[in-house]
Design a binder for this molecule. Structure first.
Ligand code: AMP
Length: 300
């Protein structure tokens, strides 16, 4: 089943202890789409400015991402983010965020997009996420991501969103911040009480935790030797997870667990190069081979 994602489409400048990359292709919806495309048709909803190269849109299209919902606003600049990774490559600092054209982004979905059954609200303003959710008619599964910036600036909207989505995916530090709890287990349980049927807490190189009313489990990250740039790992995780769920047209507990594993495998590819470079080079077969290896690692 097709999958709609709404989120940021960005230029990212990334500093790691080894290298610096300026204004490379990034954004939550971009990483998500390129990871989800292995499983299902992805329709991207986002906005860019007139500085956006048409080649990037073409690149998404040649990787089977539907960009009909990508709006280009003349006289405006594309969202920009700059981050720096510490020596351990797990912690990062945001050095600059320029919302630019995203600041006033309020997409109006086409009739086709409104009827989409699987919806992912990737990182972006919570007000915008709520607006998109309100336009959708009878979705089967709605999942949202958020981050510290929105937890701090739009807390009320976020509480409303949590009462309306099926799932919430967020980082460990963000989960603690939103739940006002010091422990991850406590944070997961508190967030569940705020509305969603499941919560996924991403823990970077330590994998991801899943919480629902009936179960709680942790899946480790796939151990890769080549961590070049962790940017987009969280969005790729969500892309792999939602892509698999949309492909299966199902979100039963066993399907959700396999979807989490696909998310972890997708993220493990993303970190192996800068920007979306590694994701662009792999195929579904590469994903399946690594998934098989990951499955063997977890069997004892
Ligand atoms: P991740 O590493 O998965 O947490 O996501 C990194 C991506 O999120 C980068 O490509 C950024 O362009 C994008 N990003 C960073 N800050 C924001 C924000 N406040 N809203 C939306 N997207 C963001």
């Amino acid at each position: 089943m097709p999958l709609v994602v709404v989120g940021s489409v960005a230029f990212d400048s990334v500093e790691t202890p080894q290298a610096v990359r300026e204004r490379v292709l990034g954004g939550s919806a971009v990483y998500f789409s390129l990871a989800a495309r292995f499983f299902t048709k992805v329709r991207l909803v986002g906005v860019v400015g007139e500085d956006w190269p048409a080649e990037y849109t073409a690149l998404l299209q040649t990787h089977s991402v539907d960009t009909a919902g990508l709006q280009v606003v003349s006289g405006a600049k594309t969202f920009f983010w700059r981050g720096r990774y510490h020596a351990n490559m797990n912690e990062r600092e945001t050095l600059d965020v320029q919302l630019n054209v995203m600041a006033n982004f309020n997409p109006v979905l086409s009739q086709e997009l409104r009827r989409c059954k699987f919806l992912f609200l990737a990182n972006g303003s919570t007000k915008m996420q709520l607006n998109v959710l309100s336009q959708c008619v009878g979705p089967m599964l709605t999942v949202a991501d958020t981050m510290d910036h929105w937890i701090r600036t739009e807390p009320q909207e976020l509480r409303e969103l949590m009462g309306r989505v099926d799932g919430l995916v967020l980082n460990d530090s963000e989960a603690k911040l939103l739940a006002q709890r010091d422990s991850l287990l406590g944070a997961g349980r508190t967030l569940l009480e705020m509305g969603p049927r499941f919560i996924v807490i991403k823990k970077g190189e330590h994998g991801a935790l899943f919480f629902s009313k009936h179960e709680m489990y942790v899946l480790p990250a796939y151990p890769t030797d080549r961590v070049v740039d962790p940017t987009g790992a969280g969005d790729s995780f969500a892309g792999g997870m939602m892509g698999y769920l949309a492909e299966q047209a199902d979100y039963a507990p066993e399907t959700l667990k396999r979807a989490m594993a696909y998310g972890i495998v997708a993220a493990s590819f993303t970190v192996e190069d800068f920007s979306v470079d590694r994701l662009l080079k792999i195929t579904r077969e590469d994903v399946e081979l690594r998934m098989e290896e990951y499955r063997r690692m977890l069997t004892f």
